[in-house]
Design a protein around this ligand. Structure first.
Ligand code: ADP
Ligand code: MG
Length: 350
């Protein structure tokens, strides 16, 4: 046919559609790890352990001690849009769990090989079943299991050659995963976390349950960070910009080459680039030598003032009245930083 003829429009097969969509939700190993950790947290786990092979490309294994998955639900567990967390669109307004799309596990089965072992309360044994392309590969098999769920994601992107190649050559996925686990570990200090490379005897992150955020920061980021932190608190009652915030920020003695900003909004690990930039500016303009800060902030907002549904990875959020909230946080950070800098100057002179 000639190049001026209109080309025929084809309907893509489900498996092609699903693989394309899966590639968006699971961009790299660290995105799979985030989804898996969030599922374990949603399942009320108190202990979450990760094992990685080849930066997560060969194997991501996560074990938790959460409530497990009902035997009856195993057949649809990895189908797209199956979830125990949401039933109507209105529920989205008040959603407390981190998941809700019912897309993460399904996506993983389209770009890797997923095996789930799980046991629920009161059962004598657990079940193990493997999935591919959204479906069980066989009936669940009875097996020995301790409390909770273990999920193995093997050979990620085995069917996406280009993606696999670029990731293999980049080789920094393991450090991205360690960074991610570190962030979760300081916010969820009531959960113990570990993250280990296959074959390594030592874990790269290892926390115990503690009631103190500062202890958690010390155990993850080290003494040099923990001893240079200032407590942060702010809130607003104005109905249009109501929020509550607490956290820690580095003082005038702390100097790092790049900013570490750990932000949770309503217990979700998110990026809020406007806030990050605002805080960086405060440090750059307040301190004599432009040192980059360490900041951990937890913000609580009315669920109706935050939209968590802007992106499939749920990473960037959009916040109602963001200017007003950012301005207030900025001014608290600035005044705390000024007084810490004055105290330091005073110490040096004395
Ligand atoms: P979502 O989290 O959006 O519901 P997922 O695909 O991540 O979707 O998970 C689907 C369902 O599988 C969840 O709603 C939950 O019921 C169950 N699930 C997944 N991981 C776990 C886990 N670690 N422990 C218990 N249940 C889990
Ligand atoms: Mg989920």
């Amino acid at each position: 046919h000639s190049p001026t003829d209109p080309p025929k429009i084809n309907r893509l097969s489900d498996s092609v559609v699903n693989r394309i969509a899966a590639g968006e939700v699971i961009q790299r190993p660290v995105s799979a790890v985030k989804e898996l950790i969030e599922n374990s947290l949603d399942a009320a786990s108190t202990s979450i352990n990760l094992l990685l092979k080849d930066g997560g490309l060969k194997l991501i294994q996560i074990s938790d001690d959460g409530h497990g998955i009902r035997y009856e639900d195993l057949p649809i567990l990895c189908e797209r849009h199956t979830t125990s967390k949401l039933s109507s669109f209105e529920d989205l307004m008040s959603i407390k769990s981190m998941g809700f799309r019912g897309e993460a596990l399904a996506s993983m089965t389209y770009v890797s090989h997923v095996t789930v072992t799980t046991i629920t309360k009161g059962q004598l044994h657990g079940y193990r079943v493997s999935y591919r392309d959204g479906a069980m590969e066989h009936e669940p098999r009875a097996c020995a299991a301790v409390k909770g769920t273990q999920i193995m994601v093997e050979n990620l992107f085995y069917n996406m050659t280009a993606r696999k190649k670029t990731l293999q050559s980049s080789a920094d996925d393991y450090s991205k995963i360690v960074d991610l686990v570190s962030r979760f570990a300081i916010h969820h200090n009531n959960v113990s976390f570990s993250c280990r490379k296959h074959g390594a005897t030592r874990a790269d992150v290892h926390t115990v349950v503690t009631s103190s955020t500062l202890d958690a920061i010390r155990s993850v980021y080290g003494v040099s960070v923990a001893r240079n932190l200032i407590k942060l608190e702010a809130s607003d009652n104005d109905p249009s910009s109501v929020f509550e915030m607490h956290g820690f920020m580095s003082n005038a003695n702390y100097a790092a080459k790049k900013i570490t900003m750990v932000l949770f909004i309503n217990d979700r690990l998110v990026e809020w680039s406007a806030l990050k930039r605002a805080i960086e500016i405060v440090y750059a303009t307040t301190l004599p030598k432009a040192s980059k800060p360490f900041v951990y902030i937890s913000i609580v907002l009315p669920p109706e003032n935050i939209d968590v549904n802007v992106h499939p990875t749920k990473r960037e959020v959009s916040v109602l009245n963001q200017e007003a909230i950012i301005e207030q946080i900025q001014s608290v950070v600035e005044s705390r930083l000024r007084s810490s800098d004055e105290a330091r100057t005073f110490q040096e002179q004395a």
